[in-house]
Design a protein around this ligand. Structure first.
Ligand code: 5RP
Length: 222
């Protein structure tokens, strides 16, 4: 079994009957959601899912998980993937352009667990570019400001569609390559103060636990 599948399946075992679960986006949480769907049938559990993207919404429905919204229910446990995790449990997310709703759902949860394979663990964030969701009319001015704060920004282009990626919220994604990020909590706030930026993919201070799939077995970081 590949490591993403292993850790996604193991996270599904943490879900308890009656809980409201934040459903992350990506290939690792894909396994989590599929297994959760099987588990609630096997054990006749009643859970509700709060999706973080159209991907997780459609997959939850296909897996037999009843979906709800943050308006209607508070999240007990959110399970989400990441593109990078540092030793302080700061993250870069947004490889799938879903980081805005992911951050809203994950940060609202009573408990937030990250599921990754060991390739995502880094000493310092920054090898992976930081995704920034930008309102389209603000694209030029935001990019100029991003240049100014020391990153190298580019517009994320779509595959199988001409032109840029359009997020689930109808916006652009600008990816920025920084040299190694020494103060992620400062950069996270700084990026979000630029008018036109909706949200960026640095997540600091919200993770309770990281489940890491390794060839030697599961590692838990807290
Ligand atoms: C989507 C995300 C994903 O959680 C992140 O890209 C990890 O994806 P995967 O599990 O496919 O490696 O942040 O916006």
């Amino acid at each position: 079994m590949n490591l993403k599948k292993q850790v996604g399946f193991q996270a599904a075992e943490l879900v308890r009957d009656g809980q409201v679960i934040g459903l992350g986006t990506g290939s690792t949480t894909h396994y989590f959601i599929e297994r959760l769907g099987e588990k609630i049938k096997e054990e006749e559990m009643e859970i509700l899912g709060v999706p973080t993207s159209y991907q997780s919404l459609f997959l939850a429905r296909d897996s037999g998980i009843t979906v709800t919204t943050l308006d209607e229910h508070a999240v007990d446990l959110a399970v989400d993937g990441a593109d990078e995790v540092d030793p302080q449990l700061n993250l870069i997310k947004g490889g799938g352009a879903a980081h805005t709703l992911e951050k809203i759902v994950d940060s609202s949860a009573e408990k937030f667990i990250v599921v990754v394979d060991d390739s995502k663990m880094v000493d310092k964030l920054g090898a992976f570019p930081v995704p920034v969701e930008v309102i389209p009319p603000a694209y030029r001015v935001v990019t100029e400001k991003l240049d100014y704060i020391g990153g190298k920004p580019w517009l994320r282009m779509a595959e199988k569609k001409d032109g840029p990626v359009i997020t689930d919220n109808g916006n652009f994604v600008v990816d920025i390559q920084f040299p190694k990020i020494s103060k992620p909590e400062v950069l996270e706030m700084e990026l979000n103060t630029i008018p036109g930026v909706v949200e960026n993919g640095i997540f600091t201070g919200i993770v309770d636990e990281v489940m890491v799939g390794t060839p030697e077995g599961l590692k838990i970081l807290k």
